[in-house]
Design a protein around this ligand. Sequence first.
Ligand code: ADP
Length: 381
Amino acid sequence: MSEPTGPETIVVIDDDYAMRLSCAKILSKMGLRAETFADGARGLQGVAELKPGLVVVDLKMPGISGMEVISRVHEIDPQIVIIVITGYATIDTAVEAMKSGAYDFLPKPFSPDELRLIVNRCLDRRRLALESQRGEVERALLKRRFITFVSHQLRTPLVAIHQYLDVLKHLDDKDSEPGRRREWIERCLKRTEELQSLIADWLTLARVEGGALLRERVAVDLQEIVPGILKTYEEMAAAGNVALETRMSQEALCVCGDRSCLSVLLDNLITNAIKYNQPGGKVTVSGCLSGGEVVIAVADSGVGIPERYRPFLFDEFFRIKGEGARRIEGTGLGLHISKKIVSEMGGSIDVESQTGVGSTFRVRLPAWSEAVAESDIGSWE
Ligand code: ADP
């Protein structure tokens, strides 16, 4: 869709010369480009050529009637906003014009102020319609890009698995090195694990986006759930020689949200803090109340995130490519999902990092209170 350049064009179609002249004068003074036509046929030709944002049309004209002009204008472009003017204003004609697709109605005689008011209202409506159309196009493009990307992500491990199985098929049964067979099987298993986590993350994202994961709204005390979640990572942390610690303040850290979503969020941040850490490193999960918000920070003493990558961290499928990162498995969806969850809960997430020293992901969520819970109910439905 092309962005409108220069002033918005308005086509005025009226057989009354004085009316055309005064409308053009008022509209030009409003900074708009006004083009006038004396009858429906020429008016429609003008609409097709000029692609205006607005059409002001008289209902009673010789030749093609105003009613017909309305429907033919919308055949040219359904986004054009139409105002009808007539000297014979009745409720019936107004209703009929609206039914044919006119947006507003102006009975003659009208003052310059009345015309200005109605034109401004119609321009606002057009802007909104264009914005929402633009949003739809963007969403469709994003969806297409997402599907292409996911298909590619799924295809890469599948092609590798196929190749490994092919090698296995051709391995001599009497192969003197049984270790080789095992190695190819291990590679297959690793690639299927990659596929599984990609599909799992993808499904979680689809559920967060569809609102399914955020349906439940209860008071969840992060003070209570953090230790349990950390416990499930003890083995992973020990394998990487990383120490886990918590520094939660004594008070309850209640937020209003969905327990499984909060777990997904903390899971993502904690696994990253362990994955991108260094042997002998540390992960600290801290939580406190600050200015009506619950602040949860997951800090690591890991590889850090170079500044140039930080603006893209929360984009879907973003992964830092480098020698170190290539060996660490991941889908590039964890932080994207985390950001979605946090925004759906009315919070924010940011990161501070220093290359080679570590990173801290900080989540801020509105603290739970009866008032917050009640006022938010509408926006979650
Ligand atoms: P992934 O599945 O790749 O871990 P994420 O969306 O969770 O996907 O993270 C995106 C990228 O951001 C990661 O690939 C990694 O490069 C970087 N990253 C995330 N968390 C950290 C961290 N704590 N320390 C260093 N880099 C990180």
